[in-house]
Write a new protein. Structure first.
Length: 115
């Protein structure tokens, strides 16, 4: 059974940093595209950052220069380093693994940035 478990969310002041992790189990994900999405209250879920199996990275314009996505295939783990956080980054953050074997989501972790 595939399971994605996020951690690292919390409450932080504007300008602060957080590091999210998404640990996967149940299969190997080295060939999968991995990504982070977020959903703020009353808004649609949006793509934040993605990383392919080859290391190709994309970011939403709103987080470029502040967030860094990375992956450790040996540990089946995805990371999101978030720096210079803003109030508008407040949302539930979800990790997503997409590949030939399926499309998997984590349960979400709350990030709250106080201004």
């Amino acid at each position: 059974q595939v399971q994605l478990v996020e951690s690292g969310g919390g409450l932080v002041q504007a300008g602060g940093s957080l590091r999210l992790s998404c640990a996967a189990s149940g299969r190997t994900f080295s060939s999968y595209v991995m990504g982070w999405f977020r959903q703020a209250p009353g808004k649609e879920r949006e793509h934040v950052a993605g990383i392919s199996w080859s290391g190709l990275i994309t970011y939403a314009d709103s987080v470029k220069g502040r967030f860094t996505i990375s992956r450790d295939n040996a540990k089946n783990t995805l990371y999101l380093q978030m720096n210079s956080l803003k109030a508008e980054d407040t949302a539930v953050y979800y990790c997503n693994f997409y590949g030939s074997g399926g499309n998997y989501w984590g349960q979400g972790t709350q990030v709250t940035v106080s201004s």
